[in-house]
Design a binder for this molecule. Structure first.
Ligand code: CIZ
Ligand code: SF4
Length: 302
């Protein structure tokens, strides 16, 4: 039997589901039960009656799924699939900034480890960051780790944002240069340029639309344009092509590949389904406050 067929059999046998992030390899997306962003996948995880969740993404996403579903077994195909942006923010740095700003509230991007989420008043994703920050009681918000998402939000709020660390960024979205966008615009003059808020400020300012991955999917479905220049991790294009077959998706450049996301392969998924290896566990003293910060976001984005 082919590998993908064996995975489908194993899922049934173990009462397992595979959740795949929008940035996963095409063949991983194709065997997944759900494909989406970290928020959507965590919601899917809590709606499933499966006993086992194999989360094909990066560390903080599997952690988030575990926080929302403490009673389920969450496995990852590769324990080394880390998010370098999440690793840029340490809980100690965040504690220091919180001590220095006792009147501020803390909103953490979902791209953080559980120990940073545990210090937050609320979590946000790129799909709801501006709404969540505007809904907080304080006029002063400690936010991190992405300085580009912070810029995007700062344009949409009067609140003072204190960014921690000063220079947190996604190395993959930083591969996209303004010159790439200008070059593609010349090649495809009628195309809409859609970029992620993790892109640099000059790239955001040149785009027709700035959105999270789920926001991009919604936008291209409803827009009348035929051609779209896509400024996010390349994996999303597979999903866009599947869901919008009549439209044309052009990667904004050829380098927007997150090597961490691509560490998950079908072979590794088969292995953890068979063995139950690579289970995610989070100590309860961190899980409890981190879960509260995620639940606040889920409540606020209903
Ligand atoms: O929240 C997510 O899944 C991330 C990191 C990106 C996005 O825009 O969906
Ligand atoms: Fe982290 Fe960027 Fe990769 Fe997403 S694309 S996992 S933010 S490094």
């Amino acid at each position: 039997m082919a590998l993908s067929g064996r995975i489908i059999e194993l899922k049934k046998e173990k009462n397992a589901v595979v959740l795949a992030h929008n940035y996963q390899r095409p063949e991983v997306q194709d065997i997944a039960d759900f494909v989406g962003d970290s928020l959507g996948l965590s919601r899917q995880a809590s709606n499933t009656s499966a006993d086992v969740i194999v989360f094909a993404g990066v560390d903080f996403m599997a952690e988030t799924a575990k926080l929302v579903n403490p009673e389920k077994m969450v496995l990852v195909p590769d324990l080394d699939a880390h998010c370098p942006m999440a690793a840029m923010l340490s809980a100690d740095d965040l504690k220091r900034v919180r001590r220095e700003n006792p009147d501020a509230q803390t909103v953490m991007y979902v791209n953080t480890h559980a120990d940073a989420k545990a210090l937050a008043d609320c979590v946000c994703t790129s799909a709801n960051a501006d709404r969540i920050i505007n809904a907080m009681e304080s006029d002063k918000i400690i936010f991190g780790p992405d300085r580009n998402l912070s810029y995007y939000v700062q344009k949409r709020t009067d609140k003072k944002i204190i960014i921690v660390p000063a220079n947190g960024l996604c190395p993959t979205h930083h591969q996209l240069l303004l010159s790439d966008i200008l070059f593609r615009r010349e090649e495809y003059p009628d195309a809409k340029v859609v970029v992620h808020p993790e892109c640099t400020l000059d790239v955001q300012d040149e785009a027709d639309f700035i959105a999270s991955t789920e926001g991009m999917v919604k936008y291209v479905k409803s827009a009348s344009a035929r051609d779209f220049i896509i400024g996010t991790e390349s994996g999303l294009i597979h999903r866009l092509k599947k869901e919008c077959p009549g439209k044309n998706f052009i990667p904004a450049n050829d380098y927007m590949v997150c090597p961490n996301m691509k560490m998950n392969t079908l072979e590794k998924i088969e292995r953890v389904l068979k063995t139950g290896a690579n289970e995610i566990t989070i100590p309860e003293e961190i899980a409890k406050p981190a879960r509260a910060a995620i639940n606040r976001m889920l409540e606020m984005s209903k």
